[in-house]
Ligand binder design. Structure first.
Ligand SMILES: *Cc1c(COP(=O)(O)O)cnc(C)c1O
Length: 447
């Protein structure tokens, strides 16, 4: 699709619709001179140059990439109307689209009945799931792994709920024996499991943890903010069991603004039991007047939310649906890229693979004999990589001495932590670019 053409169509179609209500005079207080605009816009574009090239395959750092053009056009079209999905009063069309995309996400996870909505982010989506968990298990705490996202303990502080950190195994997955010891204390009401940790992409053993749920009467919430869409590859590129087990969990969070090709401002939370909607019960003196149907604000902690985010995801799903043949294809390319690069790193004397990638995150480090050798070189490679006329953009990950020696016992643990290199390969174009990335990073090991 031609982005320029469809951007123009998005503008003219909405202007036509708007015009159908009759023309009116624009107010001079809002008038902007075209030359002034041009000058200010020029400054904006110049300032936007101060960014890393997130959309280029040579950007292999953090979890960042531009949205799909379909999402850009869908967002732009709807944003000109600026619907608010808080209430049907504010966005009837985009509220209906939100219900449809949420149903598609529920189907993707194997949820039949469900209650859910989009959120501004994964953090807010997790907050909502943990809020419901607190209402159902008042006075009990929440367990999460040492490699769970850093916002879990933060949001538990907001909720006034005790958090318990559970150690991980040698692959960065929650240690279920340690979890069970914790559950025996009776202090925990909810366990957060992560399918795709943000650091390593490790997948917690959800299928095995389900047995503990019935034994200890806890809720299981799945944080699939980053990894959720990889469930489309369960049974193909990925072992099916942990992904299939999500369908039996109590709630799940996924971020369409990570692997769903969306611009920021698009997370989602889903509950298996629609009855949890009662915890959101409230009335609003301002809204909820145009319809007796569900207003999404009645089941959301947030009030205003961009209807445009729902429109963007809806349009994207019409073209790249959450199916193995739709969104599954770019994700599979990312996994192949990660595995392919891991193979190259394993056969390189200059680099050492930290662990085999589970999803599309590769972790590696300049070969060295101690933590204090590795740390400054990782940092230097990251910085040197961004200079010159053939840049590569990598990120670093701080790992503990125990985590490193669990994987690489021969490395001397002469420091508490060390930085290693980390690359998220979330653009399918990177599959073909791996040989180049690898050659560049290898050459960076020789200053
Ligand atoms: C990114 C991420 C979050 C936080 O989501 P935001 O959308 O950045 O707020 C939570 N959990 C995991 C596993 C993540 O990768």
């Amino acid at each position: 699709m031609d982005l320029r053409h469809w951007v123009e169509q998005a503008v003219s179609s909405i202007q036509d619709w708007s015009g159908s209500f009759g023309s009116f005079e624009g107010h001079p207080a809002l008038a902007v001179d075209d030359a002034d605009f041009g000058k200010a816009f020029g400054e904006l574009v110049t300032r936007l140059g101060d960014n890393y090239p997130y959309g280029h395959p040579r950007y292999a750092g953090q979890m960042l990439k531009p949205p799909h053009p379909a999402a850009v056009v869908g967002y732009l079209a709807a944003m000109q109307i600026n619907p608010n999905n808080h209430a049907l009063d504010g966005g009837p069309a985009t509220s209906a689209m939100e219900k449809e995309v949420v149903a598609a996400l529920a189907t993707m996870f194997g949820f039949g009945e469900h209650l859910g909505h989009l959120t501004t982010s994964g953090t807010i989506a997790n907050l909502e799931a943990l809020f419901v968990a607190r209402e159902l298990h008042p006075g009990k705490g929440v367990a999460y792994s040492a490699e769970a996202h850093y916002t879990h303990p933060r949001m538990l502080r907001v909720l006034g709920v005790e958090g318990y950190e559970v150690p991980v195994d040698g692959q960065g997955r929650m240690d279920l024996d340690a979890l069970e010891s914790l559950l025996r204390t009776g202090k925990v009401g909810t366990v957060v499991l992560t399918t795709g940790t943000t650091g390593l992409g490790a997948i917690d053993p959800i299928d095995e943890a389900l047995a503990l749920r019935s034994r200890y009467g806890v809720r299981i919430h799945v944080d699939a903010a980053y990894g959720g869409f990889f469930t489309l590859l369960a049974g193909a590129e990925l072992a099916a069991a942990p992904w299939q087990a999500i369908a039996s969990c109590d709630s799940v969070v996924v971020d369409p603004h990570k692997h769903g090709l969306q611009p920021y401002g698009c997370g989602a939370v889903l509950f298996g039991d629609p009855a949890v909607g009662r915890f959101y019960l409230h009335d609003s003196p301002y809204t909820y007047f145009t319809s007796d149907e569900l207003h999404l604000g009645e089941i959301s902690l947030e009030c205003s939310r961009a209807g445009a985010a729902a429109a963007a995801l809806w349009l994207t799903f019409r073209l790249l649906p959450p199916t193995p043949d739709g969104l599954g294809r770019p994700l599979a390319a990312g996994i192949r890229a990660a595995r392919g690069w891991a193979d190259l790193i394993e056969s390189s004397p200059a680099l050492t693979l930290y662990q085999r990638p589970s999803l599309d995150i590769v972790t590696y480090f300049p070969s060295g004999s101690s933590l204090s050798d590795i740390d400054p070189v990782s940092d230097r490679i990251m910085h040197d990589g961004m200079t010159g006329d053939d840049p590569v953009y990598l990120s670093t990950l701080r790992v503990t001495a125990a985590a490193m020696t669990a994987r690489h016992p021969s490395i001397t643990p002469d420091a508490d932590t060390t930085r290693i290199l980390r690359s998220v390969l979330m653009k399918p174009e990177q599959e073909a670019y791996i040989p180049h990335l690898h050659a560049r990073v290898e050459s960076l090991t020789r200053p």
